[in-house]
Ligand binder design. Structure first.
Ligand code: KIV
Ligand code: ZN
Length: 390
């Protein structure tokens, strides 16, 4: 099976579906080039049949991407597949991503159909797509809520029809990590031709478990993760690329690797946030403004003695600007001394005790004590001691 986990980025497709995040062709091309430089294996460039603009973007991306696979989404509809193939015709390594819903809910409410028809339809869409390229990914939409036995039959059927990657989306973000892991293990153990395809995880974050579910999937035998920069995607988003990549990197015990150059993660996160006008939440893992900020006295004291006490990732590993000691009413003397020292003020223990008392008065009245307040505290200390000397 190998230990390489393929990173399939869908920022330009699932991520771009987010209201307000739409990109034009030149923005999409620039982002695709950045994703290729980051080292992603597959770029899902868009959904070509959805609009002329998206068709144009997928075509333009196909022309410039040399190394990564370029993928276009389609429904299990002949016209969609033809249009996806047309948009991908310049790609060095084209992939068509086609599929349909397999859960009872989708079969009944979306298609008003039955399992036998869905099986035939699944095989048909893969066969149609195979006319255009050998690299076919099939998605079993809402696989997270699809009965495992039926899912296994669908997957066996589409692999027989020529699918080379089988995507098991937890479309509604419903699964618990152990359930999603068991689902992948079930497919590994019950689909006779599973060795002919790569299993892919596509997890949504409705219950905040997308990253955990994707990792559980990989532990059970999946070798592709579908994810987006900053976890953008429908509703509560997709699996965040930076999170899964760093989980794999920080846990060599898992035995997996990716091709991602992690030092580009922070700047790409910022740039995606800017062009998609979606702020990164401050406490976002890996790339949030507070991911390397320490504000409580207990943490600050430990961090200043040795960073490894409170940081499991060095900021430079992800290209972040650096760790921060933030001063609030919860901060301690070591942090105060450290920040004053950074501004060029060197004090002994008694001085710090004196300034700390004043500091707490200020800190209780503001959210954060900044440089201006620190300089005022240093001035206050100097005046107090001048007065005493007189
Ligand atoms: O969430 C989902 O099921 C999808 C599919 C189209 C892959 O985005
Ligand atoms: Zn999705």
């Amino acid at each position: 099976m190998g230990n390489k986990v393929h990173i399939f980025d869908t920022t330009l497709r699932d991520g771009e579906q987010v209201p307000g995040c739409k990109l034009n062709t030149s923005e999409k091309v620039n982002l695709a080039l950045r994703l290729e430089a980051l080292g992603v294996d597959i770029i899902e460039a868009g959904f070509p049949v959805s609009s002329p603009g998206d068709f144009q973007s997928v075509t333009a991306i196909s022309k410039v991407i040399k190394d990564a696979v370029v993928c276009g989404l389609s429904r299990a509809v002949e016209r969609d597949i033809e249009v996806a193939a047309e948009a991908l015709k310049y790609a060095h390594r084209p992939r068509i991503h086609t599929g349909l819903g397999t859960s009872d809910s989708h079969i009944k409410y979306k298609f008003n159909s039955d399992r036998a028809t869905i099986l035939q339809w699944a095989a048909q869409c893969v066969q149609t797509a195979r006319k255009y390229t050998d690299d076919i990914e099939f998605y079993a939409e809402d696989a997270g809520r699809t009965d495992n036995e039926f899912l296994a039959r669908v997957i066996e059927t589409v692999i027989k029809a020529g699918a080379t990657v089988v995507n098991i989306p937890d479309t509604t973000g419903y699964c618990l990590p152990h359930q999603y892991g068991e689902k992948i293990a079930y497919l590994v153990n019950n689909v006779p031709n599973i060795d002919k395809a790569i299993i892919s995880c596509h997890c949504h974050n409705d219950l905040g478990m997308a990253t955990a579910n994707s990792i559980a999937g990989v532990i059970s035998g999946a070798r592709q993760i579908e994810c987006t920069i900053n976890g953008l995607g429908e509703r509560a988003g997709n699996t965040s690329l930076e999170e899964v990549v760093m989980v794999i990197r920080q846990h060599p015990d898992l035995g997996f690797k990716t091709r991602i150059d992690t030092t580009q993660l922070y700047s790409l996160s910022q740039d995606v946030s800017d062009i998609m006008r979606m702020p990164v939440q401050a406490n976002k893992a890996i790339v949030g403004a507070n991911a390397f900020a320490h504000s409580s006295g207990i943490h600050q004291d430990g961090f200043l003695k040795n960073a490894s006490t409170y940081e499991i990732i060095r900021p430079d590993e992800v290209g972040a600007p650096g760790s921060k000691i933030v001063l609030t009413a919860r901060s301690g003397r070591s942090a105060l001394a450290f920040r004053l020292q950074q501004l060029g003020y060197q004090y002994d223990r008694n001085d710090i005790d004196f300034i700390y008392e004043q500091f707490l008065k200020v800190a209780d009245s503001v959210k954060e004590v900044g440089e201006a307040e620190l300089r005022q505290l240093a001035g206050f200390h100097a005046n107090a001691f001048k007065t005493q000397a007189i």
